[in-house]
Design a protein around this ligand. Structure first.
Ligand code: SF4
Length: 321
């Protein structure tokens, strides 16, 4: 198989390539707000939330909260209309935890959206500990209508870091959720953060390798960035850690791509937090330049997705689990 040909000439399996193969065209995501909260912020698990999480619940680009979902969809379409002239979209429930509600409420929210002609599929961001059996059954129903992606914020496989960032669940909760989501017919997209305080390059690559063999269909690689009014910001101000330099990040992402299995769709290669509250690193604001540098790095080092034997070595090493 000539993967580079399948990946539209790129050195990795991008979301655009996936869209073209799966839907025959490039689609755009509409960021929507379900109005749900998060058990890691409301006291059910903790009050603090994940230390990097801002007021928008890691969904800083979702449309403003409006009453009706069809209004939100039309509004979101106008936001992407300068970049996209097509007629089909992915409805992306991005902010907070989008399965944190009664299953009947979820049914009333998701079904009218997935049944719309202009919606090609759903992307639902949630926590792996908010996927009880009745919600899994609903996801299976939705997935029988159109593609459903469920996005899980794993961020790291390392327990010490999971505690530091106040993720609020253990690794086996993620494993179990991935297994059941696949059984339900959903695609799983796993988020990882590069540059978490105290993590070494080897630890980040171990997280990558773990995601690669976890059953996840896609990955979002996110740069750790510090936003105002977060616990992470307090730690940053106290000098407890430093954010990555641009060249460090570019080199790390190239290593990550090299060890990811070729079938994993890379949904994101960097992060671009809301510039009005972005504290560090400021260079992350120029997303296009960062992406160009990553592509250049891959080319210079002759790397492409899955080229590195480290995939095999790490996935065979059960100690990393
Ligand atoms: S699970 Fe998501 S919404 Fe909840 S605190 Fe963590 S990042 Fe924020």
């Amino acid at each position: 198989m000539n993967e580079k040909r399948l990946w539209n000439g790129r050195r990795y399996y991008s979301l655009d390539a996936y869209f073209k193969q799966t839907f025959g065209e490039k689609l755009y995501k509409l960021s929507l707000d379900s109005g749900m909260g998060c058990p890691n912020r409301d006291g059910t698990i903790s009050y603090g939330g994940c230390i990097f999480c801002s007021e928008g619940g890691s969904g800083d680009f979702a449309v403003p909260r409006m009453k009706r979902m069809d209004e939100q969809i039309e509004y979101a379409k106008t936001l992407v209309s300068r970049k996209y002239t097509g007629s089909r979209y992915i409805a992306y429930f991005q902010s907070y935890t989008n399965t944190y509600a009664d299953v009947d409420e979820l049914r009333k929210l998701f079904f009218p959206v997935i049944q719309r002609d202009d919606i090609a599929g759903l992307s639902i961001a949630t926590r792996p500990d908010c996927l009880q059996e009745d919600k899994m059954a609903l996801i299976a129903e939705l997935a029988s209508v159109k593609p459903v992606w469920v996005e899980l914020g794993l961020q790291t496989i390392h327990q010490k870091t999971a505690e530091l960032i106040n993720r609020g669940y253990q690794l086996d909760v993620y494993d179990n959720a991935v297994f059941r989501l696949k059984q339900a017919g959903a695609d799983v997209i796993t988020h990882m953060i590069v540059g978490l305080p105290g993590e070494t390059k080897e630890e980040m690559l171990a997280t990558t390798a773990y995601i690669g063999q976890s059953g996840s269909d896609g990955i979002k690689i996110q740069l750790l960035h510090v936003l105002k009014n977060t616990k992470l910001y307090e730690m940053y101000e106290l000098g407890e850690f430093k954010t990555l330099e641009e060249d460090e990040y570019v080199s790390l992402v190239a290593d990550i791509i090299a060890i990811l299995p070729p079938h994993i769709v890379i949904h994101r290669l960097t992060g671009d937090g809301d510039k009005s509250i972005l504290v560090s690193p400021k260079w992350s604001g120029d997303k296009r330049r960062v992406l160009n540098k990553i592509n250049h790095e891959l080319k210079c080092r002759q790397l492409y997705q899955g080229c590195c034997a480290l995939v095999k070595k790490i996935s065979e090493n059960s100690c990393l689990h």
